[in-house]
Design a protein around this ligand. Sequence first.
Ligand SMILES: [Zn+2]
Length: 112
Amino acid sequence: MTTIKATCPTCGEVALTPDDIELRVDQDRTEGSFYGFECPRCTAQVRKPADERVVRLLVSGGVPALPVEDEPVRVKLSERFDHPRITHDDLLDFHQVLQDESWFERLLIDAA
Ligand SMILES: [Zn+2]
């Protein structure tokens, strides 16, 4: 099997097989392509950009070129909930509710 040499930031040059490498190719933006592998020595997850030359080298070594997965859209925590913020008073109310053994039934009633 083909041996592919890659560089781990900690261990330096390591020998990999095509199966060890995940190559993601971005068809629209070459700078979006990357390859990743787990270092066989220190088990670190290494991820590096793959320019066209690197993509050609890896593909010719037998690494399948997979499409880049769409990263989930990140939503700021402050935009995630469309509700008023919890206040200290809410927290105190909640604390008082929890003093009562029937707190769970009361929550269910309030939510209904
Ligand atoms: Zn390493």
